[in-house]
Design a binder for this molecule. Structure first.
Ligand code: C5P
Length: 244
């Protein structure tokens, strides 16, 4: 399969068309951004780490009946994926209060939520990815009612699977972001990536609120040791996948 034109360059990935119109190639970069790209940097080895973790998680999710875009990983930092049109929503699932939920509601960091919270943000850099209500996203026709219901159902199923998976890694899944896309048969598929860039992951063996952070908050909050934390997450994922 040969790679054709660049379709899209995001903050962490480049998506290429291939000679098969049903298949795209995602190339994971080491570049890191935060706060809507106001903070920029690079995390050495991140592209390979995030591609490998995402590939493993997508394969596990497919085996558990969650339809997703993963096809193959032809190189450690590359993923062949089913061609989809991305639904312009960032779907965030939260189990524990952190980040913007604390900032916007005053909930204390670390408060366990009585049930998982599913939120929708408008994937729009110019507007700063604002939080949407269901009515607003329907008003903007970002998805149909049927798609919103299906996305919510899938997001909660994915949360159930991931919470257990990360616990097996000795990690608490605080929250994470998902993206969905629609393929040529109008099938809704989980897309994008699941990695320490898109999840908040706390090490169960650490109680210190800074030392326990194993995700992109190390970059956002200048906590240092980012590469080591990402490497450690990768090693634990590989160990659990091999065991299963
Ligand atoms: O910043 P906030 O608390 O809303 O982030 C919730 C979750 O979504 C975090 O795990 C964060 O890493 C992820 N996220 C993301 N991409 C964004 C915004 C948030 O992966 N653009």
């Amino acid at each position: 399969m040969s790679v054709n034109t660049k379709l899209y360059e995001g903050k962490a990935k480049i998506i290429y068309r291939t000679d098969n119109p049903e298949v795209f190639l995602a190339d994971f970069k080491d570049d890191a951004t935060a706060f809507n790209a106001q903070k920029r940097g690079s995390i050495q080895g991140k592209g390979i780490i995030n591609c490998t973790i995402s590939s493993k998680l997508f394969q596990q999710l497919a085996a558990h009946g969650i339809p997703n875009h993963f096809i193959d990983s032809p190189a450690p930092h590359q993923m062949l994926v089913k061609a989809v049109k991305i639904v312009p929503l960032e779907v965030v699932v939260r189990n524990i209060a952190a980040g913007s939920l604390c900032q916007q509601t005053g909930l204390p960091l670390g408060q366990i939520l009585s049930k998982p919270l599913v939120e929708f943000y408008y994937k729009n850099d110019q507007l700063g990815d604002p939080l949407l209500t269901r009515d607003r996203l329907l008003l903007l026709e970002l998805a149909t009612e049927e798609q919103v219901d299906r996305i919510t159902h899938l997001a909660l199923q994915i949360n159930d699977f991931l919470k257990t998976f990360w616990q097996e890694c000795g990690i608490t899944l605080v929250d994470f972001k998902l993206e969905f896309g629609v393929d040529s048969q109008q099938q809704l598929l989980l897309a994008d990536e699941i990695s320490p860039d898109t999840c908040r992951l706390w090490d169960n063996s650490e109680t210190d609120p800074n030392r326990r952070v194993m995700d992109k908050d190390r970059f956002r909050r200048d906590l240092g040791n980012i590469e080591n934390a990402y490497q450690e997450v990768l090693q634990r994922v590989l160990t659990v996948v091999e065991k299963n």
